[in-house]
Design a protein around this ligand. Structure first.
Ligand code: NAD
Length: 247
């Protein structure tokens, strides 16, 4: 049976900006917790959501995903606020190889914290229906050789491997949590503009104008509904998502 999004509750890390915020807007029927390290953009996101959707079903919680206690607090707040949790979007991430320890802590440890807490505890216990879903955000950089961001690429490749290994039938049987990963291509958000502005120049920025988080978020909605457990999906600007099969 397809996973109906109506009335589902989601926790979205890095949910105050870019892809996470756009995905939150796609889901705002029941409840969404935006868990982000930056309270300023968190408040702006809530105001933006309220303007677009009226009475808001979104809450913000200041969360650093590198701290497992803060991550757990975000789960607890979600369950206390909405009564349930059905979807975890492990989305928080940075792209900066020059602060690689921090990048590893956010991009990898943050996802591991979400997997351990979500898969082994909250999503098992507090889902509304028969199944819950975790979406991990990897990147094209995690499956292709881009050459100029090796450490970021390593963090994103690890997410692919973890998703495949947590997304086995055995884990699903035990937890009833489906796990999928998405690998976006370059997408028009503050994160990519940082490197694009510095390294890649104007032609690249023009390409980004057609690679919007809206498109990515609506493809993620389809995958949350129908994506098979343990599968990896590529979502590039304007194109429908396609499954990445490891050769
Ligand atoms: P973004 O900068 O708009 O959003 C990232 C969010 O993560 C920000 O709101 C930031 O405050 C938050 N964050 C940073 N550190 C955090 C921490 N320790 N704890 C909690 N939140 C934290 O960028 P985005 O492009 O929307 O990025 C979302 C995800 O998409 C990232 O994991 C990124 O690697 C991935 N991604 C982005 C692109 C792209 O081109 N934009 C491509 C592939 C993958």
């Amino acid at each position: 049976m397809a996973f109906e999004l109506k009335d589902k509750v989601a926790l979205i890390t890095g949910g105050a900006s870019g892809i996470g915020l756009r995905f939150a807007k796609e889901l705002l029927r029941r409840g969404v917790t935006l868990a982000d390290i930056d309270p300023q953009i968190g408040q702006t996101a809530l105001i933006e959501i309220e303007k677009e959707f009226g009475a808001s079903k979104a809450v913000f919680t200041k969360t650093d995903v590198t701290d497992i206690q803060q991550f757990e607090d975000a789960f607890t707040k979600t369950v206390e606020t909405f009564g349930y949790i059905d979807i975890l979007f492990n989305n928080a991430g940075i792209l900066n190889d020059s602060i690689w320890q921090k990048q590893i802590a956010i991009n990898m440890n943050g996802v591991i914290h979400g997997m351990l807490l979500g898969m082994e505890n909250y999503l098992q216990k507090y889902k509304q229906g028969s199944e819950a879903v975790i979406v991990n955000i990897s990147s094209i950089a995690g499956i292709e050789v881009l050459g100029f961001i090796p450490i970021y690429s390593g963090t994103k490749a690890a997410i692919v491997a973890m998703t495949r290994n947590w997304g086995t039938p055995e884990h699903y049987q035990r937890t009833k949590v489906r796990v999928i990963a998405i690998c976006p291509g370059a997408t028009h958000t503050p994160l990519i503009f940082d490197i694009a502005g510095r390294n890649l120049g104007e032609p690249y920025q023009k390409i980004l104008d057609s690679h919007l988080p809206e498109h990515l978020a609506s493809e993620v909605v389809k995958l949350v509904t129908n994506g098979e457990n343990g599968t990896i999906w590529v979502v590039e600007g304007g194109q429908p998502a396609y499954e990445f099969i490891i050769p």
